[in-house]
Design a protein around this ligand. Structure first.
Ligand code: IPM
Ligand code: MG
Length: 363
């Protein structure tokens, strides 16, 4: 099969880690017969510098014409003083909206080899396997009215958190469907003790649960959920929540597993999915060749699974990553005494080599 993939490296460490994801995609040709036609597009600060727009029309068109998008990261100090609507991040937000990617899947799984890298004790984190399902095109990120306007005291900043029942139902339904294929537990996270929008959220999710007898539903307030993630993360299977809460909680979940450099994501909903590492552009380490590419490599695995229906290849990529970690190779973010430290590109090469080994031994 030949797949058309849009590649948007973006800013900071984005290009470095995306190059490894691309390497891994290309390494799938021999063992799996998967061929990819890759086309690069500009996004974020890189696109602002080249065209003045963080999401040029050509990039959006490229994404629309592709079967999946591999995305790096956007943003950096160079563009920090731009107004919100002109910032690199806006390119990503507009892309999510234009492609109607209402569901952001962020799995957090602890590799046994990395148990020491977590900031929590091994007995607390051992065996973590949870999935944050974050609503991605609604809520306070997109609600109207918004902006900064004059006010008697000077100025007033405004954002609006709003969800319709239809928006809540579609993300909740997906969470329930995913839970069915996992351990059958959904934790819906809101702030229904304070926010009206959360009262509606809780009502809709509860109503929907009626159609899923085989899934157990629990509600948590977002502050409690943040605490529970640190206290006892193994209680979670699927967490479903709104855009802003999901943004925050998925960073917490990521850190449990040792490094945010490990965590992949899939943004789904429309016809074309976007696959990107959860981490940002990490300007402090950009250009040094030390960023962890595993989040991007695992995002490629999610692309294979969710967009290309190549679950064998997806599994092979995941096993290759695990194998390299078990062999003791680590990037700086998860380095520990006795392990072998490698850079971004070397890690990509190791995963490709492991992929070939696995394929060879599987016959
Ligand atoms: C994320 C990021 C983005 C978000 C930024 C870069 C716009 O933090 O994907 O989690 O807030 O959604
Ligand atoms: Mg975030």
């Amino acid at each position: 099969m030949t797949y058309r993939i849009a590649v948007l490296p973006g800013d900071g460490v984005g290009p470095e880690v995306v190059a490894q994801g691309v390497k891994v995609l290309c390494a799938l040709e021999a063992p799996f017969g998967i061929r990819c036609e890759l086309q690069e597009g500009l996004v974020g600060g890189a696109a602002i510098d080249a065209t003045g727009d963080p999401l040029p029309e050509a990039t959006l068109q490229l994404c629309r014409d592709s079967q999946a998008v591999l995305f790096g990261s956007v943003g950096g100090p160079k563009w920090d003083d731009l107004p919100p609507d002109k910032r690199p991040e806006r390119g990503l937000l507009r892309l999510r909206q234009a492609l109607d990617l209402f569901a952001n899947l962020r799995p957090a799984k602890l590799y046994n080899a990395l148990i020491e890298a977590s900031s929590l004790r091994p007995e607390v984190v051992q065996g973590i396997d949870l999935l944050v399902v974050r609503e991605l095109v609604g809520g306070i990120y997109f609600g109207q009215p918004r902006g900064i306007e004059p006010d008697a005291s000077g100025e007033r900043g405004i954002n609006t958190m709003s969800y319709s029942s239809a928006e809540i139902a579609r993300i909740a339904r997906l969470a329930f469907d995913l839970a069915r294929r996992r351990r059958g537990r959904v934790t819906s996270v809101d702030k229904a003790n304070v926010l009206d929008v959360s009262v509606l959220w809780r009502r809709e999710v509860t109503e929907l649960a009626g159609g899923y007898d085989d899934v157990e539903l629990e509600h948590q307030y977002v502050d409690n959920c943040a605490m529970q993630l640190i206290r006892d993360p193994r209680q979670f299977d699927v967490i479903v929540t709104s855009n802003l809460f999901g943004d925050i909680l998925s960073d917490v979940a990521a850190m449990l597993t040792g490094s945010i450099g490990m965590l992949p994501s899939a943004s789904l909903g429309g016809t074309v999915g976007v696959f990107e590492p959860v981490h940002g552009s990490a300007p402090d380490i950009a250009g040094q060749g030390i960023a962890n590419p595993i989040a991007t490599v695992n995002s490629v695995a999610m692309m294979l699974q969710y967009a290309l229906d190549e679950s064998h290849a997806a599994q092979a990529v995941e096993s290759a990553v695990e194998r390299v970690l078990n062999q003791g190779y680590r990037t700086a973010d998860v380095m520990r005494p006795g392990a072998t430290q490698v850079g971004t590109a070397e890690m990509g090469d190791l995963v490709c080599a492991a992929l070939n080994d696995t394929a060879a031994s599987a016959g």
